[in-house]
Design a protein around this ligand. Structure first.
Ligand SMILES: [Fe+2]
Length: 201
């Protein structure tokens, strides 16, 4: 068992604890989707990201309810395939030095599932992630840090550890960090699991 197996087990464990109602996660992950039961590890080449260096050094201000998952992510950083979803000319200069995600579960992820996708996403401080959309329905679960989430049709909301927000299929949404970075677990369900986010025109 390596760091990726441990990370996947830690995510699934958090999902089960949510179901048991042993903490205030209970309204989040299970309501969106039960944990996948068809996971298969596949070989995915590692790919580095500048943001991983910042994330690896993040060991302050953690929430005790999610610190185990935070540390499991850091322990797996040398094995993950970081992705960026956008071209460098689509976002502000410097954005890609402080942003990245990897597909833990999904069609091209470290573990495959036909049931849902799960990503780990990191954004550094003082970043604006502009409005974008995608076909799959989405749940953001904040692991560490905080950010302001906006989505068409509802007021902005500032979210911290264990809090979550839902985006419907094709609903435009954006995110802004302040003085803190943010580390998130992002779940996709429904149609479009092999799709990608698209920036709003
Ligand atoms: Fe999204």
């Amino acid at each position: 068992m390596d760091g990726l197996d441990h990370l996947c087990n830690t995510v699934i464990d958090l999902w089960h604890r949510a179901a048991a109602g042993s903490n205030d996660h209970k309204n989040s992950l299970w309501q969106f989707a039960p944990p996948p039961d068809d996971l298969i590890r596949q070989t995915v080449l590692r790919h580095p990201a500048a943001a991983a260096t910042h994330l690896a050094a993040w060991d302050y201000g953690l929430d005790p309810r999610t610190a185990t998952l935070h540390h499991a992510i850091i322990a797996a950083l040398d094995l993950v395939q970081w992705q960026f979803a956008y071209r460098e000319d689509e976002l502000d200069e410097g954005f890609f030095d402080h942003y990245g995600f990897f597909e833990l579960i999904g069609p091209t992820g470290h573990f495959t599932s036909k049931q849902l996708n799960a990503y780990i996403g990191y954004w550094g401080p003082e970043l604006f992630y502009p409005a974008h959309y995608h076909e799959a329905e989405e749940l953001y679960f904040v692991i560490s840090g905080e950010a302001t989430f906006t989505a068409d049709g509802r007021p902005p909301v500032r979210l911290g550890p264990t809090q979550q927000t839902y985006h419907a299929s094709w609903q435009p949404h954006a995110m802004t960090t302040g003085s803190s970075p943010i580390l998130t677990l992002i779940l996709w369900r429904g149609s479009g699991l092999d799709g990608a986010p698209i920036l709003c025109p």
